[in-house]
Design a protein around this ligand. Structure first.
Ligand SMILES: Nc1nc2c(c(=O)[nH]1)N[C@H]1C(S)=C(S)[C@@H](COP(=O)(O)OP(=O)(O)OC[C@H]3O[C@@H](n4cnc5c(=O)[nH]c(N)nc54)[C@H](O)[C@@H]3O)O[C@H]1N2
Ligand SMILES: Nc1nc2c(c(=O)[nH]1)N[C@H]1C(S)=C(S)[C@@H](COP(=O)(O)OP(=O)(O)OC[C@H]3O[C@@H](n4cnc5c(=O)[nH]c(N)nc54)[C@H](O)[C@@H]3O)O[C@H]1N2
Ligand code: SF4
Ligand SMILES: [Mo]
Length: 701
């Protein structure tokens, strides 16, 4: 905090998405905060979206939870309780369950919005204090397909391997399934500057979105067919002799097999599968063949599919064939989504990971982390189940290779009831538990069905680091005291660890936790050991990897741009990987003839738990976007209630009749209960990402 104009101002970052826009908070009176620009922060240059401008409204609102609550089993009502009573009850139940049913009977569900310090402590708490392998988090539903593809092709997963502002210097930017103008509005400035400089923007989306309105070329595929498009692009690039043979030979392996695999993807076949006309496909290929500084960026539209990883690999194949990764102002990147979507997947809250992006089944990784934690490597559990598989197994007998599913779940930073696929089924699994604990700042739909609810400090009431979509580690500074009665997730973890007689104590000092995280990550792929709170303050964030340098040496500068000389694979080369287009897990048929896709609107964030409670944000409830031709077929007008049905369930909401969507496709935002009663729980085989972006549906008036 610094003194300015007699008032306390704090430089920090927005509580919501992965852009982590810089902002200034000014204290008004004793507890209120005003959001002001922080013009010098390079990612957003003082610009914020309306969610950012209104972020301080939730603080001090009546909607905030300020006391722990325990469900009265007789009445089913939640009643206020003391912190000690709540923590004693949770610890007691955990001990009983683990004594009778083993350590894996207790599970943890984390969040990609948690700070690095919280994500790190949560992973350590699960493995050390609970001894459970059953931990995963909502990032599995966010960018895990891109993460899996990045690891396979480049040997490392960092969403953007270059600073976002590099976009301005490119010649062509291709957005595959990103509605950036609504999901990261301040980032659109970089696209606008690209176009002012004469660069071209290509958008690929089944809906002509606010982002597509800016595009020089817009392709409108059937949902779930992006991989066929990528194959067709590579086929035509090869036919046009536009492959960067020198780069392919020097910096990659596997091109021969991939070249043969796209031979059968001629443009007419791509058109039949994707609905994108051959002329449009050729226009895209012409742009790619005629330019050098090309960026291909994917987001959830391309990734949230049962073939999401293969789809990203398909676009990475295109990027490698053009020689983009490592070239200045060019490359492939994924636009990560959650506030700490990047850091949240690096420090151990994922089922298969330990801090520093180490893998939990790697003996050297286990030995290193165990030594930092002060425990033996043998005491660390192995790999757990992925997010959906974990939720699906809750309270079930004989799941997970014969073992019973967990009977207790502790949730930190996710509103599962709204945001999980096939949500009715998932909610039943949550209700079947012996113990559901939800730590949250508001009474989310998931908290409302919990046995114990713990009130948590919010952004601005606590400090911690986040890692934005560029891999830039930034610092959110505390600006104000928390309301009486709430505690940080870190206090909850420490309090439970003590009650469970953890072999090692859990601290709550964020800077100490960050230093320990640095040591645990040292030598790993996501190495934070050279980063400190002071450096972040001085340098407007530090990009990982940033290893510590022995005393006396110059400090490591951090790594804004990756892959200039080599990739993170054992031989330093990137991998072309053969992928096949299989299409959505649930094809349309006579009964369900439409493609249902889901996503976001500008004014609401995720499950809406936070933004639906901010009064100055519009909240008209869910809607069903349909084309006039479809509206005509079913006899519905704009605003009429319509019923959407899938094999999982149905929902009713007003029709929004727009010419911007494909006539064979329906779109519903997922910020309200409903959309996920319809979605399919088919999973990507490698990332275990659910297919949020397409299933078969029917709409009736
Ligand atoms: N306003 C707002 N901003 C947010 C968030 C929010 O909830 N609200 N959440 C943040 C988070 S966590 C995330 S992950 C990001 C997500 O950011 P985006 O990925 O930009 O958001 P989505 O709306 O989920 O999906 C983007 C687009 O994919 C399109 N799409 C659907 N199916 C397909 C398909 O099969 N192929 C292609 N090519 N496109 C398809 C949709 O029509 C949609 O326009 O946003 C972040 N920012
Ligand atoms: N149909 C469909 N479903 C989707 C998607 C889609 O596109 N379509 N997108 C998916 C994606 S990309 C994502 S990221 C998920 C997100 O879905 P969720 O995981 O439900 O995301 P949030 O709504 O951000 O939930 C975060 C919760 O944590 C609380 N919270 C905020 N800060 C803290 C904190 O510091 N500590 C604690 N303990 N709690 C905190 C918030 O109040 C909120 O209740 O949804 C997925 N679901
Ligand atoms: S774009 Fe994202 S980080 Fe920036 S103000 Fe909006 S919600 Fe916050
Ligand atoms: Mo996300």
């Amino acid at each position: 905090m610094t003194e300015s104009q007699g008032e306390r101002v704090t430089r920090t970052h927005c509580p919501y998405c992965s852009l982590q826009c810089g902002m200034t908070l000014q204290k008004k009176g004793r507890t209120a905060l005003e959001v002001l620009p922080w013009a010098e922060f390079p990612v957003n240059e003082g610009g914020l979206c309306r969610k950012g401008w209104t972020a301080a409204e939730l603080r001090g609102s009546r909607e905030r939870l300020t006391t722990p609550m325990i469900k009265d089993r007789a009445t089913g009502e939640l009643r206020a309780a003391e912190w000690d009573e709540a923590l004693d009850l949770i610890a007691g139940k955990i001990k009983d369950l683990q004594a009778s049913s083993g350590p894996d009977s207790v599970a943890i569900f984390g969040g990609g919005g948690l700070t690095n310090e919280k994500a790190y402590q949560l992973g350590k708490f699960a493995r050390v204090a609970l001894g459970t392998s059953q931990i995963d988090y909502n990032g599995r539903w966010c960018m895990s397909s891109a993460a899996s593809a990045g690891n396979q092709a480049f040997g490392v997963d960092r969403g953007l391997p270059f600073p976002l502002a590099d976009v301005e210097q490119a010649e062509v930017v291709v957005l595959v399934g990103s509605n950036l103008a609504e999901t990261m509005p301040p980032a659109a400035r970089h696209l606008d500057r690209l176009r002012e400089r004469g660069g071209k923007l290509v958008v690929i989306d089944p809906r002509k979105t606010a982002t597509a309105d800016r595009a020089d070329l817009f392709l409108q595929p059937v949902p779930g067919t992006d991989l066929a498009l990528a194959q067709g692009v590579l086929h035509l690039l090869d036919a046009a002799g536009a492959i960067d043979e020198e780069y392919v030979a020097a910096r990659t392996t596997g091109w021969g097999k991939v070249r043969r695999s796209v031979a059968s993807w001629w443009p007419e076949r791509v058109e039949r599968v994707s609905g994108v006309m051959t002329a449009e496909l050729r226009a895209l290929v012409d742009l790619l063949a005629a330019n050098e500084k090309i960026m291909i960026l994917t987001a959830r539209g391309a990734e949230q599919h049962s073939q999401g990883t293969a789809t990203v690999l398909g676009w990475i194949n295109v990027a490698l064939a053009l020689g983009l990764p490592g070239r200045e102002h060019a490359g492939y990147g994924c636009l990560t989504g959650q506030g700490n979507g990047q850091g949240g997947r690096e420090h151990g809250q994922k089922a298969d990971q330990l801090p520093g992006y180490r893998m939990i089944d790697d003996p050297a990784a286990r030995a290193h982390v165990a030594q930092v934690w002060g425990v033996t490597p043998e005491s660390l559990p192995g790999k757990g189940k992925s997010a959906y598989e974990l939720l699906d197994s809750l309270g079930q007998l004989g799941t997970g290779g014969g073992a019973d599913g967990p009977r207790a779940l502790l949730v930190f930073g996710s509103n599962i009831v709204v945001s999980a696929p096939r949500a009715t089924h998932v909610t039943q699994r949550l209700e079947s538990l012996d113990l559901l604990v939800v730590c949250d700042i508001v009474m989310s739909e998931t908290a409302a069905i919990a046995d114990v609810v713990l009130p948590i400090t919010q952004w601005a009431e606590e400090s911690g680091t986040m890692t934005n979509l560029e891999g830039r580690v930034i610092l959110r500074e505390q600006a104000v005291e928390p309301p009486k009665g709430v505690r940080s997730d870190l206090d909850v973890i420490a309090g439970l660890a003590e009650r469970l007689a953890s072999p090692v104590p859990f601290g709550t000092d964020v800077e100490e936790i960050f230093a320990e995280l640095g040591r645990a990550s040292a030598g790993g792929k996501a190495d934070y050991s050279g980063i400190s709170y002071d450096r972040i303050r001085d340098e407007q964030g530090v990009f990982w990897p940033c290893p510590a340098v022995p005393e006396g040496g110059d400090q490591h500068p951090g790594t804004p741009r990756m892959f200039a000389d080599s990739f993170a694979t054992p031989d330093g080369k990137a991998r072309f990987l053969v992928v096949e287009h299989a299409g959505p897990a649930e094809p349309t048929d006579a009964e369900f003839p439409l493609h249902l896709t889901t996503g976001r609107v500008l004014a609401q964030y995720q499950s809406g738990a936070q933004t639906r409670r901010v009064r100055s944000l519009p909240d008209a409830g869910p809607f069903v976007e349909i084309h006039p031709m479809l509206a005509n077929r079913i006899g519905a007008h704009d605003g009429d209630p319509v019923i959407v049905r899938t094999r999982r369930g149905e929902m009713k909401a007003p029709a929004k009749v727009v010419t911007t969507i494909r006539p064979d496709t329906v779109f519903i935002p997922f910020h309200w209960v409903g959309a996920n009663r319809l979605t399919n729980d088919a999973l990507d085989p490698s990332s275990r990402m659910p297919e949020f972006k397409v299933c078969a549906a029917e709409v009736t008036a």
